[in-house]
Structures are given as structure tokens and as C-alpha cells.
Design a protein around this ligand. Structure first.
Ligand SMILES: Cc1cc2nc3c(=O)[nH]c(=O)nc-3n(C[C@H](O)[C@H](O)[C@H](O)COP(=O)(O)OP(=O)(O)OC[C@H]3O[C@@H](n4cnc5c(N)ncnc54)[C@H](O)[C@@H]3O)c2cc1C
Length: 219
């Protein structure tokens, strides 16, 4: 199925023309986003927790300490809501009201399960590392059995999802176009600064190409 079914839960009601339900659009945003936020309710209290992640086919995988409340909650199969957001620009209108942000965001719903077994755990950890920085898994020392045992890994099946995308210019009221106020879009993207060598790095190790040419843009 190339499109997620629209339900009462994932159907975009506010500005519905900005909504997208096709997997390609939704997965492209998820793959470009560095982090996600996981929302869940425990004892009637909502929590929204930021965390690294990776998409593996139709699931999201997360990892962390065995003691993580979030991961224990997800592992137990409770419903969760995950969001990922990319900010593409500030939309500066002539009047305050239509000020906006150009963005691409995803909201998804699902339930978690534990990821167990050495091979499945390693595959999930590889996906999370490669989501952060492709090429790193090949170079760094892989987790030992002890480290693996101390790590909780969970997977969330994406049952429902939507993307919402705002792009384009300022949308001012007709009469405001005559105002002498600067208006336009200030484009934005996530960029890195020059890499900083670890103080204890052996001198003869150069910056790897995958670090030097790092970009969040995904093809
Ligand atoms: C960076 C950024 C800044 C924003 N700033 C504002 C702001 O200042 N004011 C404002 O009102 N709105 C803003 N939005 C839009 C906001 O995310 C909501 O879409 C909007 O507020 C409507 O919320 P709602 O619960 O009434 O949506 P509804 O349309 O009722 O939501 C129904 C369903 O649509 C889906 N959905 C809703 N919003 C999104 C989304 N953003 N991405 C993917 N799926 C979604 C969810 O599945 C949700 O359950 C911003 C979005 C982003 C990404």
C-alpha cells in the first residue's frame, strides 16, 4: 500500500490541502529528520520525549538504557504518537498575523514491541547509527555483548501517519501588499560546522569523507 489510510486520528483537518498520506513523502521526511519526539500517556500524564531514531521499512526503532521509562513504556505495547519536524524557513509577512514557518512534518501512530535477539538488535542499532551519520557503523568498534545486553531496543510499527507541508511565499492580506515593510522568506537548513578533533585522537587519523561531507539532505 503506497498511501496510509485516512482515519479520524490521522486526517489533517486544519488546512487539509497541506496534508500528505503517501509513504514516499512521509518516509522522506522521517529519513531526513535527525531526531523525533515520542508522545505517550502514563497514569493520565502526557509526556513528549525527544530521541534519536531510525525508520526500518514500516517501523521506527529506538534504543537507550535498560532503565529508560520511555523505552519500557513503548516495549510494553502501549499506543504512542511520534513526530518529526524539518524547518525550511521563516515566512515574514507584512503584518503579524500571516507570519509563518515553512516546514515538513510527520505525525505517526503505532504500538511498540521489544527488539530481542543479538542479530535483530544489532540491525536496529546499525540503522539508528546510519540514520545519524551514514558510514559510521563501518568504522567504529561495534557493541560488545555486554554493551548489547545493557541496551534496550524497541520497534514501533507505523499504523497510521500523515505529513503536513507548508512551503512557498508570504500570504499577506491584499491591502497589506502596499505596506512598506520588508517581507519574504528566510530559508533555513540544518548545517554542520567544521569537525573538531578529539583531544586524544591519534595524530595520523584524518577526518573521514563521510564526516567532512555530512549533510541531512537525503536523496
Ligand atoms: C514547525 C511548525 C510550526 C507550526 N506552527 C504553528 C503555529 O504557530 N500555529 C498553529 O496553529 N499551527 C502550527 N503548526 C501546524 C501544527 O502542527 C498543527 O497542524 C496545527 O496547529 C493544527 O493542529 P490540530 O491538532 O488542530 O490539527 P488537526 O488537523 O485537527 O490534526 C488532526 C491530525 O492531523 C495530523 N496532523 C496535524 N498536524 C500535523 C503536522 N504538523 N504534521 C503531520 N501531521 C499532522 C495528526 O495525525 C493529527 O492527529 C506548525 C507546524 C510545524 C511543523
Amino acid at each position: 500500500m503506497t498511501e496510509f489510510t485516512k482515519t479520524d486520528q490521522n486526517r489533517i483537518k486544519r488546512v487539509p490541502e497541506r496534508g500528505h498520506y503517501d509513504r514516499e513523502t512521509i518516509y522522506r521526511i522521517l529519513d531526513e529528520a535527525l531526531i523525533c519526539h515520542v508522545g505517550f500517556v502514563e497514569n493520565g500524564q502526557p509526556y513528549v520525549i525527544p530521541i534519536k531514531f531510525a525508520r526500518v521499512e514500516d517501523s521506527i526503532v529506538l534504543h537507550g538504557a535498560k532503565a529508560s521509562r520511555l523505552l519500557k513504556h513503548v516495549e510494553a505495547g502501549h499506543p504512542v504518537c511520534v513526530t518529526a519536524t524539518l524547518v525550511d524557513g521563516l515566512v515574514l509577512a507584512r503584518s503579524m498575523f500571516p507570519h509563518s514557518v515553512n516546514y515538513r512534518s510527520v505525525v505517526l501512530f503505532g504500538r511498540g514491541r521489544p527488539v530481542e535477539g543479538e542479530q535483530e538488535k544489532l540491525a536496529a542499532l546499525k540503522a539508528i547509527t546510519e540514520h545519524l551519520i551514514p558510514g559510521r557503523w563501518q568504522e567504529a568498534r561495534l557493541p560488545s555483548r555486554k554493551e548489547l545486553n545493557a541496551t534496550r531496543v524497541v520497534s514501533i510499527q507505523i499504523d497510521e501517519a500523515s505529513a503536513k507541508i507548508r512551503m512557498g511565499p508570504v500570504l499577506d492580506e491584499q491591502e497589506d501588499y502596499a505596506l512598506s515593510v520588508w517581507a519574504g522568506v528566510l530559508p533555513m537548513q540544518e548545517v554542520t560546522l567544521p569537525p573538531m578533533r578529539d583531544e586524544l585522537l591519534q595524530e595520523d587519523i584524518p577526518v573521514p569523507e563521510y564526516v567532512a561531507s555530512y549533510s541531512r539532505k537525503r536523496t
